[in-house]
Design a protein around this ligand. Structure first.
Ligand code: ATP
Length: 279
């Protein structure tokens, strides 16, 4: 279970207020989409969720506890520009994170441990449609394939929270559509909380369970740096019954694939909770 809470969060750089009075409570397994004009502070919000930046004031709580001061493996990220390592193969890219986390000195597993990781990485690559490309290098992949690789790279760490910063911004419309499907499915299967930034409104409402707009509520023409942006609109993008039925369908598919023996869904992944119609 992962809940996220922003309590009166501000972000200032010297005299410049970028964000002010951000208050937000996210339920478990939410898909939050952040929209807003360019330069308003959307990426800054994501960077604070990754602990790449600290709030100047206020608190961010994950599962009720103050967010870790440093980036941790339970928060993954995919950026618009490809964040994969060009000198590693596709498989090497996916295996890298767990190896650095599990063997910080050498960055490399050996023997049975390596084999187990390789199997998990190959299953994940198959899941994102890159099973046939494990030995290629990123330069040999299309943009959409590189973003699939970036997703696999983030997912192998089993993040509780996945942050997506305009992940489809550089893709053509067809590839974008197939990525929408993939991300929607991965969100259901992995039961994570996703926070995504986009400039594309239809995309926001297609994918998000909740969409927030961030903008400046007040402006001082004499001192444009004086006021920051905050949440100006907050839409529940999908009603609870639609969300529950998507979860139900995902669980049915997971069970079907498990019975067929064709999925990498871990046997110990938690069951879908009973539908709650009281909310
Ligand atoms: N390290 C920093 N030092 C000073 N100012 C910064 C720093 N990082 C971000 N900013 C400023 O904070 C503001 C918000 O930046 P941010 O990248 O969060 O905006 P954004 O809404 O994601 O923009 P875009 O949609 O164009 O990507 C910008 O004006 C930027 O110049």
């Amino acid at each position: 279970m992962t809940t996220i809470r922003f309590e009166n969060v501000w972000k200032e750089y010297d005299e410049r207020v970028v964000l002010e009075q951000v208050n937000l409570s996210l339920d478990d397994h939410e898909f939050l989409v952040i929209i807003g004009p360019s330069g308003v502070g959307k990426t800054t919000l994501l960077r604070m969720l990754l602990s790449q930046e600290q709030p100047s004031r206020g608190k961010i709580l994950i599962d009720g506890d103050p967010i870790a001061a440093e980036p941790t493996a339970d928060r993954g990220v995919v950026f618009q520009r490809y964040s994969v390592f060009p000198h590693r193969t596709v498989l090497g890219n996916v295996m890298m994170g767990p190896q650095w986390a599990g063997a910080p000195l050498l960055g490399r597993f050996f023997g049975a441990r390596r084999k187990a990781l390789e199997e998990r990485a190959m299953a994940l690559l198959a899941r994102v449609g890159l099973g046939e490309h494990a030995d290629k290098y990123p330069a040999q992949l299309s943009g959409g394939m590189q973003q699939r690789l970036a997703l696999a790279q983030a997912l192998i760490m089993k993040p509780k929270v996945l942050l997506l910063d305009e992940p489809f911004g550089a893709l053509d419309p067809g590839t974008r559509r197939s990525m929408h499907e993939l991300v929607g499915e991965l969100w259901e299967e992995n039961r994570m909380t996703i926070v995504m930034v986009t400039h594309d409104l239809p995309e926001a409402f297609l994918l998000g369970t909740r969409v927030i707009a961030v903008d400046r509520r007040r402006n001082d023409p004499q001192a444009p740096e004086r006021f920051g942006a905050t949440i100006v609109s907050d839409f529940e993008a999908k009603c609870r019954s639609v969300r529950d039925s998507r979860l139900f369908e995902a669980e049915r598919e997971r069970v079907r694939l498990t019975l067929l023996g064709t999925t990498d869904v871990p046997a110990d992944s938690p069951p879908v909770p009973a539908l709650d119609h009281s909310r």
